[in-house]
Design a protein around this ligand. Structure first.
Ligand code: DX5
Ligand code: ZN
Length: 227
């Protein structure tokens, strides 16, 4: 199983965003994770479609946009126009998950669903076969640099079983507190896509940190395959 690294620009020095992005891509980052917060669904405010539009001008890398907003449907058009590759929304933020996932795909993006720690996998069970990405949150969303929510490892294991049972080829992504100490276990549990903000961007060499996280994830994934 191939692993994907998705550094979150929430952890980057935003005054030097282009350099920060170039550096992690040099380290082999597969996706650039963009945390969109509206100050309502989560208690923090970050950036929106204009930042994605500017990122799209400086890179062809997939832009993995994670919407932590109320009324996510209002943002589908602007993010599609800005050049987002993946658009992930929270079922906790809408009563029309299936409709919005279909609209995301209709607009040419890949569609993801993200689950807060307290939200059961059952919230996406009926749409699992249609997902391009399932994101298991391993912190309560809102801020970078929070401690890892340990039960996420077991939840990832159950998420992998659910996707396999539905014959889904969705990416299984984990987000929050992903670092050297946690990434191997998450890969062993079946995650294949890893968001990391703090761990990557506080490292003295972010490119080297991406490489090291990949090495640990691959080792964890190999353990899963042979175990
Ligand atoms: C959490 C965001 C994460 C966050 C992860 O609200 O969705 O993507 O940036 O940051 P770290 O890796 O610092 O926990
Ligand atoms: Zn995120």
């Amino acid at each position: 199983m191939s692993v994907r690294l998705a550094p979150s620009i929430l952890g980057a020095d935003l005054a030097h965003l282009a350099d920060e992005v170039a550096r992690v891509l040099e380290g082999g980052a597969d996706l650039i994770h963009v945390d969109v917060m509206d100050g309502r669904f989560v208690p923090n405010l970050t950036f929106g479609a204009p930042v994605v539009r500017h990122l799209r001008r400086i890179t062809d890398a997939p832009l993995d946009c994670h919407l932590m907003v109320e009324h996510p449907e209002d943002y589908i058009g602007p993010f599609a126009d800005a050049g987002a590759t993946i658009l992930t929304i929270h079922p906790e933020a809408t009563v029309h998950l299936e409709r919005h996932l279909a609209e995301i795909r209709r607009r040419g993006m890949r569609a993801g669903a993200a689950l807060n720690p307290a939200t059961p996998l059952a919230a996406i069970e009926e749409v699992a076969a249609d997902l391009d990405l399932l994101l298991v949150m391993s912190v309560n969303p809102g801020f970078g640099g929070q401690p890892f929510w340990e039960p996420a490892v077991e939840k990832v294991r159950r998420a992998r079983a659910l996707l396999d049972a539905k014959a889904s080829r969705a990416m299984l992504e984990v987000d929050g507190g992903v670092a050297r100490a946690t990434i191997g276990r998450l890969a062993a549990a079946g995650a294949d896509t890893f968001v990391a903000g703090h761990a990557v961007f506080t490292a003295s060499d972010s490119a080297a940190e991406v490489r090291e996280l990949r090495r640990l994830a691959e080792a964890g994934a190999a353990g899963r395959m042979s175990g």
